[in-house]
Design a protein around this ligand. Structure first.
Ligand code: PXP
Length: 243
């Protein structure tokens, strides 16, 4: 199990004042010291947190793989190709949303065409490609048909439920992960995972990578980023040892 730490919200604090601190690249280095296996950033079309310059500096600085989240539109894919990161995760994006609200719509129409086009261009550049999808069989099958390397299962619905009501969503994630693996996909998961709820997702043996941001950065405000990452990494790895 790999823990990728999403540092977008370090940039969110910086952008609140349009100044130069806190620097997300420094945050990435501390996350690596705390045991992150990779760094995730979402370069949104509205540039509300991570900026183009952050992506460039991040790629020059960190030692672990960078997972760049993007909308599947030509302008953003151009940026990925010029960067280039080890991995791109294609995500749906709506300007008015507070955060990514659902998985990609892959059934038909222009959105699947733009995802297919983005996947083709990224693969030509040999960039590992992942799709952020809801944990549903149709989305997993459609992802496999698009020829991606990986899927990231959206854990938002699981995370939004109170603890006693989560079992059904864990089972849904488990089935989607098993299906993904059986179709030859690497399976990642993320969104809304916290110190309190991560254990059942981290225990899923078919999931090999977690992307966690908001909860780690929130805890870092109080305990420091290196320690916040170390504490999350310990929970994630312990869940795998003793589910
Ligand atoms: N995975 C994806 C595709 C996301 O868009 C996000 C949020 O940017 C995350 C994971 C991390 O979610 P959170 O900040 O809730 O941990």
């Amino acid at each position: 199990m790999r823990l990728f730490v999403n540092i977008d919200h370090v940039a969110t604090v910086r952008q609140a004042r349009r100044t130069d601190e806190p620097d997300p690249v420094r945050a990435a280095v501390l996350a690596e010291l705390g045991g992150a296996d990779g760094i995730t950033v979402h370069l949104r079309e509205d540039r509300r947190h991570i900026q183009d310059r952050d992506v460039t500096l991040l790629l020059q600085t960190v030692r672990t793989p960078v997972n760049l989240e993007l909308a599947a539109v030509p302008e953003m894919v151009d940026i990925a190709l010029a960067a280039p990161p080890a991995q791109v995760t294609l995500v749906p994006e709506r300007r008015e949303e507070v955060t990514t609200e659902g998985g990609l719509a892959l059934s038909a129409g222009s959105s699947v065409d733009s995802v297919a086009e983005a996947v083709m261009r990224l693969h030509q550049a040999k960039i590992r490609t992942s799709l952020f999808v809801d944990p549903d069989p149709a989305a997993v099958h459609q992802s496999a048909e698009l020829g991606v390397d990986a899927i990231e299962l959206h854990t938002g619905e699981f995370a939004n439920l109170p603890a006693p009501e989560r079992d059904g969503q864990v089972e849904r994630l488990r089935r989607a992960a098993a299906l993904g693996r059986s179709l030859g996909l690497a399976v990642h998961a993320g969104h809304g995972l916290t110190y309190e709820n991560v254990r059942p997702v981290a225990s899923l043996s078919d999931v090999e990578e977690l992307n966690i941001g908001h909860s780690i950065i929130s805890r870092a405000v109080f305990v420091g980023l290196e320690r916040a990452v170390r504490e999350m990494a310990e929970i994630v790895r312990d869940a795998r040892r003793a589910p």
